[in-house]
Structures are given as structure tokens and as C-alpha cells.
Design a protein around this ligand. Structure first.
Ligand code: FAD
Length: 326
């Protein structure tokens, strides 16, 4: 009989990524349903007493490997360390963030631990004592439920910004176990990191996104969307057509070959709604589409649709938002 639900938290640049708290919260709910303990695993550099932050979301014991060698995610060093600590948790279920690094880590970890992995899940449930996880399939065209055989370790990576965070409880304390893991010589190393210093809100963390497509007609017109976004406290995204045209950097691309985003509000401007774009934003809570073509496929996914020339609508809309803000 396994002992725990184990979460693997993502620690980067001196702090936990928010998705780690979402995963911890989901872990707490699951541990309560299954009658198991909730343990956490953290690999990073400078974790120190920050490990206690996981306790606020219900983690009872945290296994920490704190070493400068873990400053950057390198699969060769991270995977053996995480695997060793996860084994110490004796888990029935392992939850990880489905972030860029988390997806890479979970696939490798599942192979190493011979666990069954469901990637990028949007819901986890326990029905009649049986664990199930739901994930989008075929670029978001349908949803599939996954189940595990009895005794099989279930590994689930959770899509960021989908699972809700518990209210943090500052009075909670976790037992912290510092683990001295063996760090293998890595054949790869991080030579340099180019950080985006523009102060832009990261798309995958944004609560509101204003995205532009080919309908924007040119890079200069994105200034309109930047203005609206700054009033809304939003990030600016783009379709692949806008990125391929060189109007926006690839880091702004939303979709199957771009970023998967789950904001509360996604405003698609001059975007037709191709399946590959929907794959990246279809799980947004509310979708607003602005398109002059009433038959554009984006309207089948949108909660609110504006059939209008975007060059007429966006300036008027921006002015209304400005009035509401002042
Ligand atoms: P279009 O499809 O050309 O749509 C432009 C829209 O703007 C139209 O609906 C038009 O009615 C509207 N419009 C034009 N002028 C105005 C105006 N003045 N006012 C209002 N509306 C206007 N795409 C992605 O976005 N992300 C991906 O990650 C991605 N990955 C892909 C992966 C693969 C393997 C493949 C094959 C394709 C991928 N694509 C991806 C491309 C995708 O298929 C579409 O080609 C792309 O999303 C189209 O972008 P768009 O909607 O901006 O352009």
C-alpha cells in the first residue's frame, strides 16, 4: 500500500512558480480523497527555507535537494535527483506542473519509475475509489479520461492555471528533509540565459491576453493591441500567421506549436480560429472574438463575438475601457 500523493514543485530564479502551488493544492484534495499523506519534492538552487511555502498549501513533508548545480533545468542532473526523492515518498500518485520543463521532466521520470503518465491534464477525479485524469486530445478537439491499473503509480502533469489554488494557510508547517543526492557529470550545460527584460507579462501566466492575427495587417497595428493590453493589465499574444510574417516574436505565438495558455479572458482579434490556434487557447475561461467574417471558426469557440472591422472596433473599445479605468 503506497504512502503518499507526491508533488514535484518547480523552483526557478529564487522562487516557486505559481503552478507549483496549484499542483500542491490539487495534491491536497487528492490525498484527502485517497486517505494518503501529501509529500513534496523540490530540486533547485537556493531553496533554503522557501520549502516551507509548500506547507501553506497542505504539503506535510518536503524533500529538498538544494545545490548550485540545479540552478538551471538540465534533464541529466534533475531526473535522477527527482526520481530518487520521489521513490522516498512511496507515492500512489505523482503530480507535476505541465510547464515546458515539467513536461520534459515528467516523461523522463515516468520512464525511470515505470509509472503511467497522463500529460497536460485539466481535471483529476476519484470515482468509486478509482483515480481518473482528463486531458485534451488531438489539439483540443476532444477530451479523454485516463485510468490506471491497480498498483500502478499514476503520474499526472497538470496544465498551469487550470486547477485552483487553496487559500494559503500561514500557520501550517511541513517537515523538511534535506537530501544529499548524487549529481552526475552532465554532458550538457547552460552556457548563457537571455532574459526578456521588457517587463512583459509572460503569456502562460497572464490572466488576460489580447491576441492579434493576420487580420492586423502589419506589425505597426499591434500598437493598438499593446495599448488595450496595458489598460487591461494583459499580455499580448499572436497567431502563427502574425509570427510567420515577422510581425511578432515567436515567444508571443499561441497554439499547437506555440504556447498553451489558460487565461480568464482571451481576446482574439483578426484571428480566424484554426484548429492549431484553438489548441493553444481553447481552455481559456472566457473567449471574445473580433472578426469581420461572421463565419470565422473562432466564433464557434467564443463566448462573446464581435462581427466588425477590428480597425473600427478596437479604438472604440479601448476608449470605453479607458473611461471605465479613470
Ligand atoms: P487567418 O487564418 O488568415 O485569419 C485572419 C482572420 O482575420 C480572418 O478570419 C479574417 O476574417 C480576419 N480579418 C481580416 N481583416 C480583418 C479586419 N479588418 N477586421 C476584423 N477581422 C479581420 N497557428 C497558430 O495560431 N498557432 C500555432 O501554434 C499553429 N501551429 C501550427 C502547426 C501546424 C503543424 C500547422 C500546419 C499550422 C499551424 N498553425 C498555427 C497555423 C494555422 O493553421 C493557421 O494558419 C493560423 O492560425 C492562421 O492565423 P490567423 O488566424 O491569424 O490568420
Amino acid at each position: 500500500m503506497a504512502e503518499s500523493v507526491c508533488i514535484v514543485a518547480e523552483f526557478r530564479d529564487g522562487g516557486f512558480r505559481r503552478v507549483s502551488f496549484e499542483v500542491a493544492s490539487e495534491g491536497r484534495r487528492l490525498a484527502d480523497s485517497l486517505g494518503l499523506k501529501l509529500y513534496g519534492v523540490v530540486v533547485g538552487s537556493g531553496v533554503g527555507d522557501k520549502a516551507q511555502e509548500l506547507a501553506k498549501y497542505g504539503v506535510e513533508k518536503v524533500f529538498v535537494a538544494d545545490n548550485p548545480a540545479f540552478e538551471h533545468y538540465i534533464a541529466e542532473t534533475y531526473v535522477p535527483a527527482v526520481a530518487e526523492m520521489v521513490r522516498q515518498c512511496d507515492p500512489a500518485v505523482v503530480l507535476l506542473p505541465a510547464s515546458m520543463n515539467g513536461k520534459d521532466l515528467s516523461a523522463r521520470l515516468a520512464a525511470r519509475l515505470e509509472a503511467g503518465l497522463a500529460q497536460d491534464c485539466v481535471e483529476i477525479a476519484v470515482q468509486d475509489g478509482k483515480l481518473r485524469a482528463k486531458r485534451p486530445l488531438f489539439g483540443g478537439k476532444c477530451l479523454g479520461w485516463y485510468e490506471w491499473s491497480d498498483g500502478e503509480v499514476a503520474m499526472i502533469s497538470c496544465r498551469p492555471k487550470v486547477m485552483s489554488c487553496l487559500e494559503p494557510d500561514d500557520s501550517k508547517q511541513a517537515e523538511v528533509v534535506n537530501v544529499d543526492v548524487e549529481i552526475p557529470d552532465a554532458r550538457s550545460r547552460v552556457v548563457s540565459v537571455d532574459l526578456d527584460t521588457s517587463g512583459k507579462i509572460e503569456l502562460t501566466e497572464a490572466d488576460i491576453i489580447v491576441s492579434g492575427g493576420r487580420g492586423m495587417k502589419g506589425p505597426e497595428n499591434f500598437a493598438m493591441l499593446e495599448e488595450l493590453a496595458s489598460l487591461l493589465g494583459a499580455a499580448v499574444g499572436a497567431s502563427r500567421a502574425a509570427v510567420d510574417a515577422g510581425w511578432r516574436p515567436h515567444s508571443d505565438q499561441v497554439g499547437q506549436t506555440g504556447k498553451v495558455v489558460t487565461p480568464s479572458l482571451y481576446i482574439a482579434v483578426g484571428i480566424s480560429g484554426a484548429i492549431q490556434h484553438l489548441a493553444g487557447m481553447g481552455s481559456s475561461k472566457y473567449i471574445v472574438a473580433v472578426n469581420k467574417d461572421p463565419d470565422a471558426p473562432i466564433f464557434s469557440k467564443a463566448d462573446y463575438g464581435v462581427v466588425e472591422d477590428l480597425f473600427k472596433f478596437i479604438p472604440v473599445f479601448t476608449e470605453e475601457v479607458r473611461k471605465l479605468k479613470s
